[in-house]
Design a binder for this molecule. Sequence first.
Ligand code: PT1
Length: 277
Amino acid sequence: MSLMSFGGKSLDLSRPQVMGILNVTPDSFSDGGSFSSLDASLKQTEKMILEGASIIDVGGESTRPGAAPVSLQQELDRVVPVIEAIKQRFDIVVSVDTSSAEVMRQGAALGVGLINDVRALEREGALEVAAQTQLPVCLMHMKGGPQTMQDQPNYVSVADEVTRYLMSRVEACEAVGIARTQLLLDPGIGFGKSLEHNLSLLKHTQHFRELGFEVLIGVSRKTMIGDVLDLPVDERLYGTMGANAACYGKGARIFRVHDVKAHVQMLELMYRIERES
Ligand code: PT1
């Protein structure tokens, strides 16, 4: 057993854990704020829990390539009612996908169990607020910002640069009192990376494990899967599962996905085979 505490609940990271994606953005099914969008968010949450998700990742800022920035008020209006409603109804770890210190603060007050920050606590006040919450944090690598990150991304060695960046953020966390044991690392698939960069990072997943951290991977339905297979976003499940299976074999333990049921079944087989004597 390798237990990590996510607020009130512990998850065993010696086995794979599936994080279900709940987008609360206008480009997803929900428009944020209205009753129907809250209802749709709760239905999707219930479905993912029944399918075996152990974390629900709630995000109010789209960070896919080209996405426009969101104001603090918009982000709060989108995620706060959803987090509140999920925590009232379900006994599940909620993760808040945000870079904003204020969203982190309000999320923690509502009982979230994990801060998931694609900007690795670089925004004003984020390090300090994250430390105050005492919650675990997922630190992700991104080169540039969502608007421009896919314009000719360039690295000498992508794995080295991502490692150096994440370790510098680990040090920044330690400096404000966040213990290393509270940190998850994520190479940031699709965030300022070419196809070859993404493939290289996935190939080197075990490298982040060897630094002593649990690894979270978010590759679900992303452009890189479409680039390899020449398939549109709604036909990327099998490719996504192949990428996630490879990463499980290299030590990743948390998988941020849209398709919870398929991944829970696939990862259960991988886990059972691996631990059999
Ligand atoms: C991720 C992630 C995330 N991805 C973590 N949080 C997104 N920890 C949001 C594309 O190439 O990987 N890890 N939060 C979604 N962002 C993207 C980026 C979506 C790229 C799509 C693409 O298609």
